[in-house]
Design a protein around this ligand. Structure first.
Ligand SMILES: N[C@@H](CCC[C@H](N)C(=O)O)C(=O)O
Length: 286
């Protein structure tokens, strides 16, 4: 029987497997089964805790469709809180190897209790080949035009280790995300597919964002998407850089700050939902 814990950060939910001792044979197949909301536990992805030769821990993340993502912002806060709450580290600040490099989460304490997690998400990548976006080698992809379903959209592309396409809209609530989201994800401009954020700017430090995630469809929140949104908002002159921006998501709020050292800092909640054991663990080697 493989034990797991279920977590959520702003309603973006994950099943976490601690594979420091017992590994899972096929992460992709476990992700597809376990994330199913009818036949499985139900989640937007699975997080895998692994040892690392370069950092204190290693995190891998698999989407509901079994694809592996380079990084997950809400996921790394849950990952960090698991390590701290379950006694795998006594440190409040430690290093995590991810597909986006080594990142640094910090447990935020208030009166001895965990209030949230702040993560140094590293530097955004802006060149076309780094994201990647076809046809933009050597240049940034800011306020460019793309056609989806016969309609022209202005987009800005940012990588936070994983690809994001940020679209500023007049009314985020009215955007037909369920009908059109997958067309952005699969657009020929993005050879590794993309996450897409539909963003309404409320004021210079406050946005409303809805997301269609690569490999997971609509989720209640996206941490890397929130970072990409704020970077794109600043690059387009819509947001201020001197203080944090509040990103209002379907499932909660994140505070994002693109600091002068070029690092993006994300602060937000991470909560344990429940612990359990998989009844059918045929994909595990434990
Ligand atoms: N929800 C996550 C991002 C998860 C990975 C994403 N779907 C991808 O494939 O890049 C977040 O909070 O960042």
């Amino acid at each position: 029987m493989k034990k797991f814990t279920k977590w959520q950060g702003c309603g973006n939910d994950f099943v976490l497997f601690d594979c420091l001792q017992d590994d899972i044979e096929d992460y992709a197949s476990v992700a597809r089964k376990v994330c199913d909301r009818h036949y499985g536990v139900g989640a937007d992805g699975i997080l895998v805790v692994l040892p690392s030769a370069q950092a204190d821990f290693r995190m891998r993340i698999f989407n509901t469709d079994g694809s592996e993502a380079e990084m997950c912002g809400n996921g790394i806060r849950c990952f960090a809180r698991y390590l701290y709450d379950f006694g795998l580290t006594k440190e409040t600040r430690f290093t995590v190897e991810t597909g986006a490099g080594i990142l640094v989460p910090e447990i935020v304490l208030e009166g001895g209790k965990v209030k949230g997690v702040k993560v140094d998400m590293g530097e955004p990548h802006l060149l076309g080949e780094e994201i990647p976006v076809v046809g933009f080698d050597g240049s940034k992809v800011i306020d460019k035009s793309m056609s989806v379903d016969g309609q022209e959209y202005h987009f800005t592309a940012v990588s936070m280790g994983n690809p994001h396409c940020v679209i500023f809209v007049d009314d985020a609530e009215k955007f037909p995300i369920y009908e059109l989201g997958h067309k952005f994800e699969e657009h020929a401009l993005f050879p590794k597919k993309t996450n897409t954020e539909f963003v309404e700017v409320k004021d210079r430090q406050h946005v409303r964002m809805r997301v269609w995630e690569r490999g997971a469809a609509v989720t209640l929140a996206c941490g890397t998407g929130s970072c990409a949104t704020v970077v794109a908002g600043i690059l387009n002159g819509k947001l201020d850089r001197d203080a944090a921006t509040e990103v209002e998501l379907d499932g909660g709020k994140l505070s994002i700050h693109w600091a002068n050292d070029n690092h993006v800092f994300m602060t937000g909640p991470a909560e344990l939902v429940f612990s359990g054991e998989l009844a059918d663990c045929e994909a595990c080697v434990c």
